[in-house]
Structure formats: C-alpha cells, structure tokens
Design a protein around this ligand. Structure first.
Ligand SMILES: O=C(O)[C@H](O)CO
Length: 444
C-alpha cells in the first residue's frame, strides 16, 4: 500500500506501525463498507435495518459525490444492476460505473468543472418524482465536489471563501455551516429538490463524531445552522470573504433569503440516511492488526481534534505513560487514535498537512524507542500528495532541531520530513474516514 517514496520500515516496530495503518485504510475501503450495509432480496433492497420495496419505483437513480463516492456507488450498481435507470456521481479522479456516470471535480477548492458536474447531479434530482428512488452517496470531500453557488454568487466567490475558511483553522462544523448557506445543494437542499421522491442516503463519514449534517455538508440531512451562525463563524475565525458573499449571508440573516431546511421540514418526509463507514471501524482494524502482531492495543479515541502541533505531543504523552508505568496497557503496546486535527496557516506555508505537522511536532519531543505514524486515510494529507509521516527519535537529530522547528512554525513539515525520508505515500486510496494515528511502544 505504501509506495517506495515512503519511509522504509527500519525495525519490526516500524513494520507494525505500517501494518496497523494499512489495516485501518483497508477496513475503510468504501466498497467493503457498502457491501456490509447493502443487500438485495428479490424486489426488496435492504440498507442497514431498513427495507425498500423496489416495485414501488419506476426509476432508480444513484447520485452523489465525495472522494469515496465511486466505491460506494459501485456496490449499489452491482446490487441493483437490473433496476438502475441512471445517475451521476462527482469524484476527484476519473473512473467508470455501469449505468451511472462518473464526473470529475476538484478538491478542496471547487472549480468550473465541479460546478458543471454538480449541475448534472441537480438535473437528475430535479427530474425525480414520487415514483423515483434516489440513492444518494455522500462521502468526505463532497462539500467541494458538489458545488452549486446559491443565488447570484459566482464560483470565484465560493473559491475565495473556501480558501479563507480552510486556512482559518475553523472546525469542519463551522466551515460547513458557511458552505451550506452559500450553496443550492448543501444543508438539506438536495432533499428539498428531490421531494416527493424517496431519498436514501449512504454516508461514509470523515467527520469526528459522525454528525451526518456535517459530512459533505449534509445535502439530504436537516440543517440546524442558520445564516446568523455563518456571520458568527466569519467573525470568530476572522475570515475575509468577497463582498457578494457577505451581502448574501446578511440578506439571509435578515430573512430575505430562504433558510436551509431543518428538522421537521417536509423535505425529509421521505428521506432516510444510513451511515455505512466510520473512522472507528478503521481504528478497530488497526487495533486488531496490533494484537495480531503481539502488541497490546489501546484504542484511545476516534475524536482527536484541535491544532495538529498540540495534539501530536498529547497522544505521545499517553505512549510515554504506557512506557513508564504500563498503565493502562503494558508494552509492547500500540496506541491507536483517529479524528481530524487542524492547521491554521498564519503566514509561511510550505508543504505538508495536519498529519505531517502532528508527526513533526512529535519527532521534536520523541526520546526513546517508540515509533509514531499518522496518515490521512484518503492518502492526501492537507494539500500535499503525501498521506502522512512516520517518525522516531532519529527523525530530528540534535543538530537539526532549529531547522525542524522552523519547518513546523512555517507549516513546511512535509519539506523537512521528506528530506529525512519520513513521509508516507499511498497515492489516492479511494476512501476517506479521516486521520489515523498509531504509536508503537516496544517492550522496555
Ligand atoms: O466534504 C466535507 O465537508 C468534509 O470532507 C467533511 O465531510
């Protein structure tokens, strides 16, 4: 899985770290997750605990978007091959599916082709009526890959706002509150457009805590955020936006633009959402891989969040406690954690992403035989093409501390870590359930 640009596994402990990460990413494969959630028995479609009578529908379409949308959609097309009448999903890379067209968009900042691809999704949804079953796939990255500017807003307005939000360090809930209110598809609006069709959503979550209204900005899920909230977000995180964006949000807050549909709105009368894959499942597989290798696993949390450079040393402190006291697990042990940390670009800005920043912050403090690795399960950490990094006590030798510190401060963790062969590369993995961190703690 890790290609030859990745740091080589130097000791059995490095090899265990890589095995755990690999197990996590494999468990999160969208087709694997979807296969567990979807089944067909004649004219009955089963998704999780729900059943849908296919004879009730004349048309069955698949629409959606996100980095892992094709993997989920593929399973649906296989299960419903004789019943599907069409559909469109928007992904980051070209691919093909039977009956459903795969359009390519851009992430994390939307582009012209993203808007064109999303228009095809909207066209399919607008054509739906009460006799249509709309199977909607949403996975991480959908907020960028499904882009339809609201009202008179332009793509340039959305691009500038997206960049400002992503660099502000605001949590994804706040980022998506704003994106929902600048969009004609997010925040439940796709369900509103599809009504009275039945809408069944398949969500693969890359959001800490799996709030379905946040995953891909919840196009088919009730939205409890408001225009007024979005103005608070811009103020709190000091995000500068184009004048047209502020005007639109202020008009919404004044009640002059229709609010996104919330809980109880008729848009959701015939909409159901199923969570088909999560970060926790990936972490459980990583922990199982550690146990198979003879290490005592500690699945710490699937809710890591906060600034990457602070979170890394906090996870390390748990590993230090284990090494020193055997509490709460005895070495050899592996700490497994997941979630999504943030980087606030406050000047500087080189190569890297949260996982590389987290790993470099750890490397600066790591003293002892532990091995620490962190990756984004989609294979693309932040805006870099590395998945993450694996570090140990030799990653930052004494003579290099100043250079490593400067790289961390200047958001060039990738630059430093690449130079010492500590970055990990997988290429795009086709899935996206957030970040996974492992710390291997050898026997004393
Ligand atoms: O697309 C998005 O909004 C993020 O990946 C969270 O799902």
């Amino acid at each position: 899985m890790f290609d030859d640009r990745s740091s080589l596994s130097r000791t059995p402990h490095h090899a265990v770290a890589l095995d755990c990460l690999e197990a996590a990413i494999e468990a999160a494969a969208p087709d694997r997750a979807a296969r567990e959630a979807v089944a067909r028995d004649g004219e009955t479609l089963r998704v999780g605990d729900s059943e849908y009578d296919l004879t009730a529908y004349r048309e069955v379409v698949v629409v959606g978007g996100g980095k892992a949308s094709v993997g989920v959609a593929r399973v649906i097309t296989e299960v419903l091959d004789d019943r599907l009448t069409g559909g469109v999903v928007v992904a980051e890379h070209p691919d093909t599916l039977d009956t459903v067209s795969v359009r390519v968009g851009d992430h994390p900042v939307p582009s012209e082709r993203t808007v064109t691809a999303t228009a095809a999704v909207l066209e399919t949804v607008r054509a739906a009526d009460a006799s249509t079953l709309v199977l909607f796939v949403v996975t991480g990255g959908a907020s960028a890959l499904l882009t339809a500017p609201a009202g008179d807003l332009s793509l340039a307005d959305l691009r500038a706002t997206t960049t400002g939000l992503l660099e502000s360090g605001a949590p994804i809930e706040a980022v998506n509150a704003v994106r929902k209110h600048l969009s004609a598809i997010k925040g439940g609006q796709l369900a509103r457009l599809a009504a009275p069709a039945t809408v069944v959503t398949f969500a693969l979550s890359d959001v800490v805590g799996n709030d379905l209204s946040v995953v891909g900005s919840g196009p088919t899920v009730p939205d409890e955020t408001t225009y007024a909230d979005t103005l608070d977000v811009l103020d709190r995180y000091d995000v500068a936006v184009p004048a047209a964006v502020r005007t639109h949000l202020e008009a919404g807050a004044a009640g002059d633009v229709r609010e996104t549909p919330g809980v109880g709105d008729a848009a959701f009368d015939r909409a159901e959402t199923h969570l088909v894959g999560t970060n926790s499942e990936a972490l459980e597989s990583a922990a199982a891989a550690a146990a198979d290798a003879g290490y005592d696993p500690l699945l710490l949390t699937s809710r890591l969040r906060g600034p990457a450079r602070h979170v890394g040393p906090t996870v390390l402190s748990v590993a230090e406690e284990i090494a020193a006291t055997g509490n709460p697990v005895s070495p050899p042990a592996v700490v497994v954690a997941g979630g999504e940390t943030t980087v606030t670009i406050d000047g500087g800005g080189g190569r890297g992403g949260p996982n590389q920043e987290l790993a470099l912050a750890v490397a600066l403090e790591l003293d002892g035989p532990a091995v620490f690795a962190a990756v984004d399960t989609d294979g693309e950490d932040g805006s870099s093409d590395a998945a993450g990094a694996m570090v140990d006590s030799e990653t930052v030798p004494d003579g290099e501390r100043r250079r490593a510190n400067e790289a961390l401060r200047g958001h060039d963790a990738g630059g430093y870590l690449d130079g010492v062969a500590a970055t990990l590369y997988t290429g795009p993995t086709g899935t996206n359930v957030n970040d996974v961190v492992v710390v291997v703690i050898p026997e004393p």
